[in-house]
Design a protein around this ligand. Structure first.
Ligand code: TRP
Length: 336
């Protein structure tokens, strides 16, 4: 029989924290691309609940949010038949590899991480060692699966660079062990800004709920938030520096409808901001409707969600165990 040529698909690893609710920014900037990438890549996605506890979490809420995020990722189109989808804490190799990697990471390197500097400035009352060590756990997440590509936002770029450095150092010290991963920044990833201050990234931790759209906001709420989005006083719909509010609305509309910025400018030539904002709000509400419906169905089915967690954790353990065993052998740990 003729042999099929076996071209190994590139492997993708990414993760998202189960804190609060997913925003339109997370969806358009990340999760929608995760769904697309399933066609082309071998994808492994994780819910990073171990990263989440670097900031104080209410245990009950964390548990709820983890299961909710599982339901939401499924609703967005992550397909557990094609991809591995799992909860980080349910796969023990992550904690195990991070210890070894800790011993290959310099204090100075971690001190230079801008996210650490920002977060410790914002939470001076809880600068815990986990917050400092966060990028090493992230390196373990990625390296355990020998991932080639790591789709992340700009804020994680430095952490992916650090992961490469750690991997390279380990390989030099102990011989080839880890694939060196690369950050992957899909062209279509929209950078969604706050609706109230379009110079800031849309964030679920914004004090003003009008600043962000939650994936689960009701259509009326979505419309209302878009109608009160901050713009400018020019009454001209075009993408230009200084028009951050309009630029943001245009890129959201473009990400949702697939239209180019020029097409949007033409479509709304001579029309007012009110009409444009309503159109954007309606398009977003319409795009989220099927996600919300699927989410509600998954939420009702706790047994199914828990089954997904179990299956994903088993697959992830099997894959990551191979890397961990190799690492343990190389550093000189006795095998049992
Ligand atoms: N730190 C990432 C974030 O907050 C989430 C994350 C954890 C991650 N582990 C990862 C992303 C590994 C990519 C790869 O966005």
């Amino acid at each position: 029989m003729e042999q099929q040529p076996t071209v190994r698909k590139k492997r993708i690893f990414s993760a998202i924290q189960p804190t609060g609710i997913m925003t339109l920014g997370n969806y358009l900037g990340a999760v929608r691309n995760w769904v697309e990438m399933q066609d082309e890549f071998d994808c492994i996605y994780s819910i990073a609940n171990m990263h989440a506890i670097t900031v104080r979490q209410d245990p009950k809420e964390l548990r709820e949010n983890t299961l909710r995020l599982m339901a939401l990722l499924l609703a967005c189109g992550i397909d557990p038949e094609r991809s591995v989808l799992f909860v980080q804490s349910q796969v023990k190799t992550h904690a195990e590899l991070s210890w070894v990697l800790n011993c290959c990471t310099q204090f100075g390197e971690l001190s230079r991480m801008t996210q650490f500097k920002d977060k410790s400035a914002r939470h001076p009352e809880n600068i815990n060692a986990g917050l400092f060590d966060y990028p090493v756990l992230m390196a373990a997440d990625i390296l355990l699966y020998q991932a080639d590509l790591v789709p992340v936002g700009d804020d994680q770029r430095q952490h992916v660079e650090l992961t490469r450095n750690i991997a390279q150092r380990f390989n030099t010290l102990y011989g080839q062990t880890f694939v060196l991963p690369e950050g992957y920044y899909p062209k279509l990833a929209a950078r969604v800004m706050s609706l109230q201050d379009p110079t800031k990234k849309m964030s679920k931790s914004d004090d003003n709920p009008k600043a962000f759209i939650s994936i689960l906001d009701k259509p009326e709420t979505i419309l209302k938030k878009f109608r009160s989005a901050v713009t400018d006083s020019e009454a001209q719909i075009c993408y230009r520096e200084g028009k951050e509010g309009i630029n943001n609305l245009m890129s959201i509309y473009s990400a949702i409808t697939g239209r180019t910025l020029q097409q949007i400018t033409d479509e709304f030539a001579g029309k007012g901001y009110g009409e444009f904002k309503t159109a954007v709000g309606e398009a977003v509400a319409e795009a989220l409707r099927p996600v919300q419906e699927r989410y509600e169905a998954y939420r009702q089915d706790k047994a199914y969600l828990e089954g997904c967690c179990r299956k994903g954790a088993e697959q992830a353990l099997r894959l990551s165990q191979r890397t961990l065993e190799k690492v343990y052998r190389k550093v000189g740990f006795l095998s049992l």
